[in-house]
Structures are given as structure tokens and as C-alpha cells.
Design a protein around this ligand. Structure first.
Ligand code: S3P
Length: 425
């Protein structure tokens, strides 16, 4: 994929639906009784993996241009999968579905692509095993492929060592099938879409600080879900708009849940002027975001904000390379276990562009303001690396080539078309 420098970006865009919310809408809709109608569903490969897994367990899911209809059969309505459940590249599918499968009355197997086969699953196996689940890593390496034999589960109070919504959600979903109240405490609050949506479907779920608790065996009832635009996808256009001179971009209906809005806070700390318009705070909060070009300066990103922007760090690092001064990103060791090792892949690719950047144990240090040039970038088939460096390519001098650039289809199939739709040159 070749990217060219843009002189200014202007226009209005509706980014695709939130990936985390789209996955959950299909999963919880499958476990609820009746037909759940989803609008704004993200048609990215990851969410399609979730649909395919539930179809293989007997759930009828219809898709047309405007909506997805999930004909749920209730908490105990899934049936033995007809074949291995293919999770593709999707960590969210793998980890959340494992919690559900642990409490079924059948055996299932999960497998996916090379990236997912190297991502850590011990983080979900440990709590599930302590609930009495029978879950095995078939290569005995703590990774996919996994075999899960459904069991009667015991409630636990799990003290999670990582701030991970995937781990939290996995345990809470297993808690639907447990014998008492299950709770999870995390070191720092991670995204809370599971808590919000399960409650909306009728589960008895409460949150206090960094602890979420769920009662077993609720009657989940079908719902209508309007998926807001994904702030993680909006981040690429926010960055492009801020960094390209004379730009003005309006991003419509973006999710601004406080457990996801860290990127906006970092942009502000770097000197951005982003306006929130038409804010709506019912359910998942949303707003239109008005972005105008701004001169950016360095900042420090670390501590409790990290889980609220974990997927946006590649974009923040690229912004920091164009900004004046030094940016420190710390407390972000989780970057090493994403679709690629994002500390390595960001540092390697920014260096190819001429940036002054060093990796640390839990993040990176970027000395911004150096003259950056186009380069041949290796996405390592990580969608967020491809998109962050495509944005870099619209700002720097010289052509940018993104190897494996088609991997954007994981979360944003129309990414390049949308980026060029804002072009004025
Ligand atoms: C997600 C949670 C995050 C995020 C991922 C989606 C989710 O992962 O990186 O893209 O939908 O719960 P962790 O919770 O493992 O950090």
C-alpha cells in the first residue's frame, strides 16, 4: 500500500462501529432470548469471526446493509459446534468466548491465525481453571489452539494481575454459569462495555471502583443495540487532522466512554484543540468531534490512563515523533502482547522514518521534531501499525510504502478510502 503526503484534510466522516461493542452485541445477543437488532455493527474481520463462531453453535445471525439480527436462544441455548471455532486474528473473540464455553455442556476447540497462536491465554486459563473449568492449551504453551470442556463452574473473586477488559469479561461471562456471585478486581479500570451491555440485557451486574460482580443464571432478554463509532478508529483521523496544516475534520457519532477516551486527553495535553459537539450521555456516551490542525508538543503518558488508550499508543507514538520535545510512554508493557509486539514494531518503523526513539521495558521515549521521511514500513500484519503509519505517510515528505497494509480489514476495511476522502490536494 503506497501513501502520499497530503497538503490539507477537510470533510466529515462517520468512522465504523466500535469493535469491542460489536463483538459483545453478537455474543450477548446469542445468549439472550429473542432477536437482538444491531445497527452500526463493525463489518471488520475480527467481528465477523465472532459471528462465525456463534453460527457454528447454532445461532442464526442475519446480516444486511444496515443491521445485524441475532436470534438468541438464551443462556443454555448454544449447541455443540459443528467444527473447530475459528477466531481468526481476534483476541476479544478468543478470550470472551472462552468464558462462555467454560460453562456449556459440550466440548469445543478454538483456533486462529499465526498471531493469535502466539498471544497469551494463560491470563484467562488461570481464573477459569480456578472456577473448575476444563480448559487446555493443546500445544501446552499457554496459547491457542484451546480445548474447552464445559463444566459446572464455581464462583470466585478474581484479583486480576492485568488491567485487561478481555480477562475481566471472560471471568464475568463464566460467572453467568457459576454457582454464586463472581467478581473481578483489576489493578486499574479497563473498558467497561461488558458491564454496561450485560446490564442492559438484564444481567445483575454491579461495579464499584475497579471491581465488577455478576450474579449467575440471569434471564437475558434481546435488545436493540446502536453501536457508536470506534474512538480507536477515529484516533487516526484525529491525528491526521491535528498534524496536517490547514485541516478541519468533523467525526460524527464517536464513542467517548471515559474508559476509552484517554487518546482525547493526551491530544489535549499535547496542545490539540478538539471540540466535542452534540454530546449524548445515555448508555454508551457519544459525541461529534471537531478537529483542527494544531502545533503539538511532547507529554508523558503513563499510569491509570494506559488502559483507556492502549490501542491508540502506536498513533500517539507517531504523533510524538512529529511533535516538538520529548514524549515518554510508560506502564504499557501490555503493548508487547497485542497483535504484534507494538513496542518493537513502533520503534522499528519510526526509526526507518528517521525518528529519534528508544524502546524501554514498558514503553518508549520519543524525541520529537526530527525531519521524518517516507520509508518502507512493515505492518507485521498488525492493523493498528498499518493505520498509524499510513497517517504518518500523509504528513511526512516522500512516499510511504506499508507492507501488509491490507490487514486494516481486521478493524477498518474502508480505512484508505476514508483517509483519501478527506484529501484536498
Ligand atoms: C478489548 C480490550 C483490549 C483491547 C482490544 C479490545 C476488548 O484488550 O486492546 O483491542 O474488546 O475487550 P485487553 O483488555 O486485553 O487490554
Amino acid at each position: 500500500m503506497k501513501i502520499k503526503k497530503q497538503t490539507r484534510l477537510r470533510g466529515t466522516l462517520t468512522v465504523p462501529g466500535d469493535k469491542s461493542i460489536s463483538h459483545r452485541a453478537v455474543m450477548f445477543g446469542s445468549l439472550a432470548k429473542g432477536t437482538t437488532k444491531i445497527t452500526g455493527f463493525l463489518e471488520g474481520a475480527d467481528c465477523l469471526s465472532t459471528i462465525s463462531c456463534f453460527r457454528k453453535m447454532g445461532i442464526t445471525i442475519e446480516r444486511n446493509n444496515t443491521e445485524v439480527l441475532v436470534h438468541g436462544k438464551g443462556l443454555h441455548g448454544l449447541c455443540t459446534p459443528s467444527e473447530i471455532l475459528d477466531v481468526g486474528n481476534s483476541g476479544t473473540t478468543t478470550r470472551l468466548i472462552s468464558g462462555i464455553l467454560a460453562g456449556q455442556s459440550f466440548v469445543s476447540e478454538l483456533n486462529g491465525d499465526a498471531s493469535i497462536q502466539s498471544r497469551p491465554m494463560k491470563r484467562i486459563m488461570t481464573p477459569l481453571l480456578s472456577m473448575g473449568a476444563d480448559i487446555r492449551s493443546l500445544r501446552d504453551n499457554g496459547c491457542v489452539p484451546l480445548r474447552i470442556e464445559g463444566k459446572n463452574l464455581h464462583a470466585i473473586h478474581y484479583q486480576s494481575p492485568v488491567a485487561s477488559a478481555q480477562v475481566k469479561s471472560c471471568v464475568l461471562l463464566a460467572g453467568l454459569y457459576a454457582d454464586d456471585i463472581t467478581s473481578v478486581t483489576e489493578p486499574v479500570l479497563s473498558r467497561n462495555h461488558t458491564e454496561i451491555m450485560l446490564k442492559y440485557f438484564g444481567a445483575d451486574i454491579t461495579s464499584e471502583g475497579t471491581t465488577a460482580s455478576i450474579s449467575p443464571e440471569p434471564d437475558l432478554i434481546c435488545r436493540e443495540i446502536h453501536v457508536p463509532g470506534d474512538i480507536s478508529s477515529a484516533a487516526y483521523f484525529i491525528a491526521a487532522g491535528l498534524l496536517t496544516p490547514n485541516s478541519e475534520i468533523l467525526l460524527k457519532n464517536v464513542g467517548i466512554n471515559p474508559t476509552r477516551d484517554g487518546f482525547l486527553r493526551v491530544c489535549k495535553a499535547m496542545g490539540a484543540d478538539t471540540e466535542l459537539l452534540n454530546e449524548n450521555r445515555d448508555g454508551e456516551p457519544t459525541a461529534d468531534l471537531l478537529i483542527r490542525s494544531a502545533g503539538l508538543h511532547g507529554t508523558t503518558v503513563g499510569g491509570e490512563i494506559i488502559p483507556t488508550l492502549i490501542d491508540e499508543i502506536p498513533m500517539i507514538a507517531v504523533m510524538a515523533a512529529f511533535a516538538e520535545g520529548t514524549t515518554i510512554i510508560k506502564d504499557a508493557a501490555e503493548l508487547k502482547v497485542k497483535e504484534s509486539n507494538r513496542i518493537e514494531t513502533v520503534v522499528e518503523n519510526l526509526r526507518r522514518m528517521g525518528a529519534d526513539i528508544e524502546a524501554t521495558e514498558d514503553g518508549m521515549i520519543i524525541h520529537g521534531g526530527k525531519a521524518l521521511h517516507g520509508a518502507e514500513i512493515d505492518s507485521h500484519l498488525d492493523h493498528r501499525i498499518a493505520m498509524a503509519f499510513a497517517v504518518a505517510g500523509t504528513i511526512c515528505e516522500g512516499d510511504m510504502e506499508i507492507r501488509g497494509g491490507e490487514c486494516v480489514n481486521i478493524s477498518y476495511p474502508a480505512f484508505y478510502e476514508d483517509l483519501y476522502s478527506l484529501s484536498c490536494s
